[in-house]
Design a protein around this ligand. Structure first.
Ligand code: 5GP
Length: 120
């Protein structure tokens, strides 16, 4: 998936669209999802231009990858869901219905999240 600089998260990173920020460091920005699926629904994105988890895993530096995982743990603790439990999820490509082509990890929590995927 080629990187499109006009995707909505690129625009949030440039400050062209507002977001409800919960965390920021050198490599990561995190904010509330505009259409939350759970009481806590945060999106964590790298500041670098990566279209998907596949792209990020191939091209991001070790520092960027470490920063993302450290940020997610810290956000979960700050949001008060680390004790009760939470789920992190990255939709990647068409089969996963990835809507925004800038790598992002969802952090869901605040209620029982049920099984991982509906059974077919
Ligand atoms: P995906 O399906 O790509 O994994 O998820 C994209 C997510 O981005 C969705 O949960 C959607 O609600 C969220 N989203 C889309 N546009 C915006 C926006 O402008 N601001 C915020 N905060 N979230 C957005």
């Amino acid at each position: 998936m080629a990187y499109d600089r006009n995707n909505v998260f690129a625009r949030i990173l440039r400050g062209e669209i507002p977001c409800k920020k919960v965390y920021e460091d050198e490599h990561v920005l995190a904010f509330h999802d505009i259409n939350p699926q759970t009481p806590t629904h945060i999106l964590a994105i790298p500041k670098g231009e990566y279209a998907s988890a596949d792209d990020f895993s191939q091209k991001a530096s070790d520092a960027e990858i470490a920063a993302m995982m450290r940020a997610l743990g810290r956000i979960a603790r700050e949001q008060g869901v680390a004790e009760t439990g939470y789920r992190i999820l990255a939709n990647t490509g068409p089969a996963a219905h990835q809507e925004v082509a800038h790598f992002h990890i969802h952090l869901f929590g605040g209620r029982d999240l049920g099984g991982m995927l509906p059974r077919r």
